[in-house]
Design a binder for this molecule. Sequence first.
Ligand SMILES: C[S@@+](CC[C@H](N)C(=O)[O-])C[C@H]1O[C@@H](n2cnc3c(N)ncnc32)[C@H](O)[C@@H]1O
Length: 220
Amino acid sequence: MRDFQGTEIMHNLFIGSYDGKKRLFTKSGYPPHYGERKIGDLREWMPQRSKLGALFLKGKIVRFERDMKVLYLGCASGTTASHLSDIIDRGILYCVEYSAKPFQKFLKLAMERKNIIPIFGDASKPENYSGIVEKVDFIYQDIAQRNQVEIFVRNFEFFGRQGSEGLIFVKARSIDSARDPEEVYSDVIEKLESHFKILNTGDLLPYHKDHIYIHSRWRG
Ligand SMILES: C[S@@+](CC[C@H](N)C(=O)[O-])C[C@H]1O[C@@H](n2cnc3c(N)ncnc32)[C@H](O)[C@@H]1O
């Protein structure tokens, strides 16, 4: 790619300078999905549109191997899922979404890719998709719900195995808009600590305000 000075930090994931700015790209044989640029075979990953993109651009590393099985809760129309699917190109990405409108657009993505299994369902009811999803290496959750920690844990009870990792994004206001966000985050981390080893946590500034991420490992 002309003028791109980048490093492959994970399979098919590149970070480096382009147009005088630090940018993120995934190598992809597929067309753009959400209006992102495609330069040669690299799709630009827009950090303002994707919390995982923001995390990588901030230099935080959550490792995805190309043959991983990943369960994605709250895939919406597939912005982030499209890049994750590029990275885990020999793996499987099970994606759950309960809202019909974004799911319609998501289906287009799932149809063009071999490694995405779309599930139109409620992430709080993993029993409804337990016949489709197997044990996974990673559970990714971005659903902004009051009971999202319980939903995360329930999905691990169904599909986690010892050593499986998880990434959860939490917005304090979605859990309790009346309380101090720092208190809400401490409560969330405390709840998670009874099931997980916490690997890393932090904010997503300047790309996403009012969110934290928690990267953890299931104790089983
Ligand atoms: C912030 S958006 C996700 C954006 C997406 N992760 C991305 O980066 O491309 C949150 C999504 O979670 C979905 N969602 C919320 N609660 C859910 C549930 N219980 N089951 C399935 N999807 C849910 C919403 O419909 C919405 O599409």
